[in-house]
Ligand binder design. Sequence first.
Ligand code: KG4
Ligand code: ZN
Length: 334
Amino acid sequence: MKTLGIETSCDETAIAIYDTENGIIGESVFSQIKMHAEYGGVVPELASRDHCVKIVTVLKEALGDIDINTIDQIAYTSGPGLLGALLIGESFAQGLSAALQIPLLPINHLEGHLMSPVMEFPEIQTPYISLLVSGGHSMIVDVKERGAYEILGQSQDDAVGEAFDKVGKLLDLPYPGGPHIEKLALNGNPHAYDFPRPMIHSDNLDLSFSGLKTSVLYTVRDIENMTDEIKADIAASFQQAVIDVLTCKIKKAVEASGRSDVIIAGGVAANKALRAAIKDLENSLGIRVFYPSLKYCGDNAAMIAFVGSLRSSDKIETKASYVRARWPLSELTK
Ligand code: KG4
Ligand code: ZN
């Protein structure tokens, strides 16, 4: 069975085809990052307009030699995300569904991120713990089975990716700051600045990053002559504080739940220092740690097509809209 996935929740226009027998057989992602970088963040209306402009080209690239008439169903991100951007993906999905007379499945973007390591590593079995860290979300989730997700802890303020991006701005790095901070940190001393590790000692699994970001703000403000060396030290020390908090919380989650598999997902899962630190827990905790390939950490349609392939529908739906800016995992059904 072939499922065509469509992702337009933010600033990536992405389409992929997942075949139950052969996995991902076609995919294409167009990132709008360069356009938004000029404004220091995603401009929602520009994002919607650009999805309109690029989506047909992205579909053609994803299909390659695949005959569109062999697609069995369409899965698309219907939330959470930017409403205008989501509506472009939904309208396009509905048009294809009507033209090809095949069913349509609205998919939750967060579930896509959560399931992307399962797409790549079929040996992962539920239940497992997932650390979902992206630009909009930071949560530790107990994946009991597909469709049954319990949030064990989440950020009370900024998402991890958001903190990376804000610290990036403070250091005059291009948007989004995450990958630039990671690169800069390679040349810095992670112990040069003793930034706070918010909530590291709290007895729950919740997270907080705004105090850490504010601490970086005060540090930067008080430095009279900023140099590349100082920037690298700040980047490395900030990144280390984030990693210390996340590894400590993952350890607590594993100990409390007794789960033996851990996955990391979302854009921040691309951070190699974070991946390595969590991988290090394998021996000490006797667990297995998985993370997606770099291309499946950020937003992509392969994860949406995959989640769609686990479901099936007979609905050729073109008369209702399922788009939601907010769609908590707790409201998902199996
Ligand atoms: O999952 P994603 O592509 O989009 C959302 O759904 O939010 O995540 C984007 C976030 C951005 O905040 C970006 O700075 C962060 O992921 N990110 C990173 C790295 N690559 C992307 N953060 C830290 N280190 C990275 N290498
Ligand atoms: Zn995402």
